[in-house]
Design a protein around this ligand. Structure first.
Ligand code: ZN
Length: 134
C-alpha cells in the first residue's frame, strides 16, 4: 500500500452534501461521476494532498443505499493506492483478508478498484485502487 488515496463518505443527497463539503473544505468539488455498475454517483474534493469522495446511491440495490439504511450517513470506506493491484490482492488474501472482488473492476476517477470485506479488517471497508493508464 502506498498511501491513503481517498476517504469515501456515504451521503443521502449529493447536491446538498457538495454544498456542505465546499464550505467545510473551502474548495469546490472538481468532478461528479456516476459508476452505474456500482449503483453510485460520486463527487470528489481535493483538500491539500488529500481526496474526499462523496457517494450517493443511484438506486435501492446500491451498496450505498444499504449502508445508509443500516448506519446512516458517514465514513464508508478508506481507499489506499497501490502500484500493482493484482499482486496486492494476492498478498492480502495470503494474509487472510477477504477480498470482495478478486478481479479488479473499473471504479470512479480512472481507477482499477477492489474491496476487502470489513469483517476481515476490524469493520473498515478497505478499497484498493490503482491508476488506470491507457
Ligand atoms: Zn472510493
Amino acid at each position: 500500500m502506498d498511501k491513503i488515496e481517498h476517504i469515501g463518505i456515504a451521503v443521502k443527497d449529493l447536491e446538498a452534501s457538495n454544498v456542505l463539503f465546499e464550505k467545510l473544505l473551502g474548495t469546490p468539488h472538481y468532478k461528479i461521476e456516476a459508476v452505474a455498475s456500482e449503483g453510485v454517483r460520486t463527487s470528489f474534493f481535493q483538500s491539500g494532498p488529500n481526496k474526499i469522495e462523496l457517494l450517493e446511491a443511484l438506486n435501492e440495490e446500491s451498496p450505498i443505499a444499504k449502508f445508509l439504511e443500516k448506519k446512516g450517513e458517514g465514513v464508508h470506506h478508506i481507499a489506499f493506492s497501490v502500484t500493482d493491484i493484482k499482486a496486492e490482492i494476492k498478498r492480502l488474501q495470503s494474509e487472510g483478508f477477504v477480498v470482495l472482488n478478486e478481479e479488479p473492476k473499473r471504479g470512479a476517477d480512472n481507477k482499477w478498484v477492489a474491496f476487502l470485506h470489513p469483517k476481515s479488517s476490524n469493520g473498515v471497508l478497505v478499497e484498493l485502487c490503482q491508476e488506470i493508464e491507457d
